[in-house]
Design a protein. Structure first.
Length: 488
């Protein structure tokens, strides 16, 4: 037997990418609601509030808010054991700093979780997935202000209390480390909710300060969640796209070490409870006075996560270059630019093919990542995102023959099986991204499709939102039914 009997096969999404209903049920405006549509190679923009004449694809998304029963029934038909989504913070606290939670928002998730349990599907819940209340970003500059730690704590306490017994698997911040790779993507320090401009010289400092504040907020949430229900398993969520050295030149090795430090120091804080030594040194070199008290450091130690959740889409390669002898972080931070194009010290990996959006396809890298994370942290892991965005063609008979998607997922699941079978890593589950077509986070497109379920809506917003099964729907159904034995 490769996978444990209770292996959590399922799929993952985020509230803002599928729910729609942006003003329904008392919901407030989130940062995702002020993000315009971009395109393949065209960045999204953050506007100063919701402006007339702009296109905000997350406002309506695929209207899961009204379709969730039908959609969950289709997940159940595939045999899902788990479903990962986020609780939109603005449905619970519309402005983030409200006194009382919004009952209608709480009720919505109650009903959704009940529907999942009706089919024996375990909810896996992210507290904050790129959807901070816009008011907190505007009024407090997001997690640059320590008061936001308290607002997050309140939000976490409210949902841990309300959904006690209904939700056992949680994650605090989605891809908390993404901001280290491109701190000014969309003029926003993502997750931290810090509004900025691409040319602001303080971006790097703000990324570290808001990142540390989020990590403190995460550690508090872990302690609160354990206190409310000792059965809770609370993980971190890391965007894990490993960086390889381009060659065995020791200079490339050093460059690779630095790049991995830049992107993944967050895991050390989550899992070990300490700010890593190299980061303290770097802050001192740069003269960054990061505000973190002894008491907060103690909280980080007490709020270590129970498991490592991570997304895996691709890998990168990096090489030393003339003029970057010091392996300085600032020389290598921008691994991706705002158009998701590799820049800076990222080099092309000639061994890998790419998706239509230029994301390198590297299944073996998933086995490598599982090994590396398990060797280093000795914690159970869950793959909480893995998938391939592609252009789909609907045939005259309505079918979508997405063999490319099946091939991508098959190769990654095989690599995951080898990591479990041959290397002995402790893996709790696999949530592919995303079981149903939704709005792309990076580009705002609908036509960058990941789903087993096709949603009739295009980039222009046209379509009747009807759902239909792609070829991959039946393939995944078989994978789950055989607990990953039959990947054919
Ligand atoms: C991850 C995010 O970075 O990648 C998701 O957690 C996102 O929110 C996913 O949707 C895929 O990226 P994209 O840009 O293709 O939607």
């Amino acid at each position: 037997m490769s996978f444990r009997k209770d292996f959590l096969w399922g799929g993952a999404v985020a509230a803002h990418q599928l729910e729609g209903g942006w003003q329904e049920g008392g919901k407030g405006i989130s940062i995702a609601d002020v993000m315009t549509a971009g395109g393949n190679g065209i960045p999204r923009r953050i506007t100063d509030g919701v402006l007339p004449g702009e296109n905000y694809p997350n406002h309506d998304a695929i209207d899961f808010y009204h379709h969730y029963k039908e959609d969950i029934a289709m997940f159940a038909e595939m045999g899902f054991k788990a479903f990962r989504t986020s609780i939109a913070w603005t449905r619970i606290y519309p402005n983030g700093d409200d006194e009382e939670p919004n009952e209608e928002g709480l009720k919505f998730y109650d009903d959704m979780f009940d529907t999942l349990h009706k089919y024996g599907i375990e909810p896996v819940i992210t507290l904050q997935h790129f959807e901070m209340p816009y008011n907190l970003a505007k009024k407090y500059n997001g997690f640059m202000d320590k008061r936001c730690i308290g607002f997050f704590e309140k939000f976490a306490r409210t949902v841990f209390t309300r959904y006690k017994g209904k939700v056992h698997y949680w994650m605090t911040f989605n891809e908390i480390n993404n901001q280290a790779a491109s701190p000014t993507d969309h003029n926003l320090i993502q997750e931290g909710g810090v509004l900025t401009t691409n040319d602001n010289p303080d971006n790097e400092y703000m990324m570290y300060q808001s990142g540390i504040n989020e990590l403190i907020a995460s550690a508090r949430a872990v302690q609160i969640g354990h206190g409310i229900d000792p059965e809770n398993k609370i993980g971190c969520m890391i965007g894990y796209n490993p960086v390889y050295p381009a060659t065995c030149n020791p200079k490339d090795m050093m460059e690779f070490t630095t790049a991995n430090h830049i992107k993944y120091w967050f895991i050390d804080v989550h899992a070990v409870g300490e700010v890593p030594h190299y980061l303290e040194k770097y802050w001192a070199r740069k003269g960054y006075q990061i505000d973190i008290s002894d008491k907060e450091r103690e909280e980080l130690r007490k709020g270590k996560v129970d498991y490592i959740g991570f997304s895996y889409y691709m890998s990168f390669a990096t090489a030393w270059r003339e003029g970057n002898d010091h392996y300085d972080f600032s020389e290598g931070t921008a691994l991706l630019d705002k158009n998701s194009k590799a820049v800076s010290d990222v080099v092309n990996n000639p061994y890998l093919k790419k998706t239509d959006w230029g994301w390198p396809i590297d299944p073996l890298g998933l086995r490598y990542s599982l090994n590396l994370l398990y060797d280093k942290y000795h914690l159970p892991m869950m793959i909480v995102e893995n998938g391939m965005g592609a252009y789909d063609t609907v045939e005259k008979d309505g079918s979508v023959n997405d063999d490319y998607r099946i091939a991508y997922l098959r190769a990654h699941i095989e690599a995951m099986r080898e990591a479990v079978d041959e290397d002995g890593v402790d893996l709790l589950g696999y949530q592919m991204w995303a079981p149903i077509d939704i709005v792309s986070a990076s580009s705002g497109e609908m036509d960058k499709r990941y789903g087993f379920i096709y949603v009739n809506k295009n980039n222009a917003g046209e379509g009747d939102l009807s759902r239909s099964k792609k070829k991959s729907f039946y393939w995944y159904q078989k994978v789950i039914a055989t607990n990953g034995e039959d990947l054919g």
